[in-house]
Design a protein around this ligand. Structure first.
Ligand code: DOR
Ligand code: ZN
Length: 462
């Protein structure tokens, strides 16, 4: 008889503060062979066990960023799955849901299969949104969700993403496809994520501004708040018509928050997310950042920013996700000549900085240095932003529990028997955000020089 020799690896995380959506508690966490095998105080040590002294550290579930663009395949000069998953990992994000606007776009079973194959050996768990710009893409989606042999593949698909107006990658869906997509997603019981902006309103705003100087700040006027609001209204009407679960991507306006708050009350199945750049920056940041602050939907005024925080405080906003959208610095700056700053591509990176920026706010430290400078001018809204109700547990709710549930990610969090998917965070660690030191291939950040509080010191992800 041959004896099989099995080796056990054990890790004891001692005395950390475990943060779950229902609260914080000091306890030890025992991880054996990649699984959480014990939770509680005074767990015994055994020989050969690795011990981590986690006193003063937070033990949080690995975060889920339900909106990223990793650019592979086809746009690897901007970013790759490997480079961006390193950025996610460093920022405590161990699961990402990736968008379909790659080259080719993820609009077929084959394209999804290719992405899943490419993502096999990454440090983070990648899930993918399907896209649709033509009717036959919806046929592919139906096949994915009904063909028994595709079950392992559909487990990696978190839903359908629709662009209701043009943005990077030209994935705008025509009206007929949008309507049918809502019907199909209701039938398949999967969420449809919408980038809500209205083509006609944006086009009209652009026509109205045609004589104006090409100042980059005009980007926010070319895609006005009313455009997002109108588009959300239409998407909500479709969700109601078919009983579809609508998830509104990167909500940026007060009107949008109000519409979703009312829709939730009326029983429509709608969820939504907000991005850190809309929570932490306003149109004032164009002055310093120029084309680096260009994204879709664009930066808004303080009034909108405050409404987003209020939406977080009252539970209208379900998730914070980054819309991590790396473009090279050269693309951002070279395309944006003084004559045509608006030629810069839209999008900012953010997956590595989300946790620390949110932790800064939860600790009462507003991280945007330019807004601190004009603190006196906006005392009232500033105190609203520094909402004492925003706490570390809210980060777990917004960046783990809710996206896990909404997109059926299947993570179990910090419970006995679950695969270990944890991050250890030092909440007191102060650091200065520097693009060159971050892991994204793009090498820049809109938060350059910002002081952040809270740093990931270890990721345990089997
Ligand atoms: O700013 C944006 N960048 N908005 C989008 O809708 C797409 C994204 C990208 O892929 O660059
Ligand atoms: Zn996006």
């Amino acid at each position: 008889m041959t004896m099989m020799k099995t080796s056990t690896t054990s890790l004891l995380i001692q005395g950390g503060t475990v943060v779950r959506a229902d609260g914080e508690k000091t306890m030890d966490v025992l991880v054996t062979n990649g699984e959480i095998r014990g939770l509680g105080l005074g767990l015994g040590k055994t020989e050969g066990m690795e011990i981590i002294d986690a006193k003063g550290l937070l033990v949080m579930p690995g975060l889920i960023d339900c909106h990223v663009h990793f650019r592979e395949p086809g746009l690897e000069h901007k970013a790759t799955m490997e480079s961006e998953s390193a950025a996610a990992y460093a920022g405590g994000v161990t699961t990402v849901c990736e968008m379909p606007n790659t080259v080719p776009p993820t609009v077929s079973v084959n394209a999804l299969q290719d992405k899943v194959r490419r993502s096999q050996n990454l440090r983070v768990d990648m899930r993918f949104f399907f896209g649709a710009t033509e009717m036959h893409h919806l046929e592919e989606l139906k096949q994915l969700f009904t063909d028994a042999s595709l079950a392992p593949l559909r487990a990696r698909c978190c839903g359908l993403k629709l662009y209701l107006d043009h943005s990077t990658g030209d994935q705008k869906a025509p009206k007929g496809v949008i309507d049918e997509a809502f019907r199909v997603c209701a039938e398949l019981k999967i969420p449809v994520v919408c980038h809500c902006e209205d083509t006609e309103m944006n086009a009209a705003a652009q026509r109205g501004l045609s004589g104006r100087s090409q100042d980059i700040a005009i980007h926010s006027e070319m895609r006005p708040p009313e455009s997002e609001e109108k588009s959300i209204k239409e998407a909500l009407a479709l969700a109601k018509k078919y009983g579809t679960h609508l998830h509104v991507a990167h909500l940026s306006t007060k009107g949008g928050v109000d519409l979703i708050r009312a829709a939730k009350k009326s029983g429509i199945t709608v969820t939504c997310e907000v991005a850190p750049h809309h929570l932490l920056m306003t149109i004032d940041d164009y002055t310093k950042l120029g084309p680096l602050a260009k994204m879709n939907p664009p930066l808004r005024t303080k009034e909108h920013q405050d409404a987003l925080w209020a939406g977080i405080a009252d539970g209208t906003i379900d998730c914070v996700s980054t819309d991590h959208a790396p473009h090279t610095l050269q693309e951002k700056l070279a395309a944006a000549t003084p004559a045509s700053p608006l030629a810069a591509p839209s999008g900012v990176p953010g997956v590595e900085t989300m946790l620390s920026l949110l932790m800064s706010v939860a600790s009462g430290e507003w991280p945007n240095p330019s807004e601190i400078a004009d603190y006196g001018l906006r005392k009232n809204s500033q105190s609203e932003i520094r909402n004492p109700k925003f706490a570390i547990v809210d980060i777990v709710r917004l960046c783990f529990e809710n996206p896990n549930h909404i997109f059926n990610v299947g993570k179990r969090g910090i419970v006995e028997g679950a695969p270990a998917d944890l991050i250890l965070v030092d909440p007191k660690k102060k650091w200065v955000i520097t693009g060159k030191e971050l892991h994204s291939k793009c090498g820049w950040t809109p938060y350059e020089g910002w002081k952040a509080l809270g740093e990931v010191v270890r990721v345990i992800h089997s």
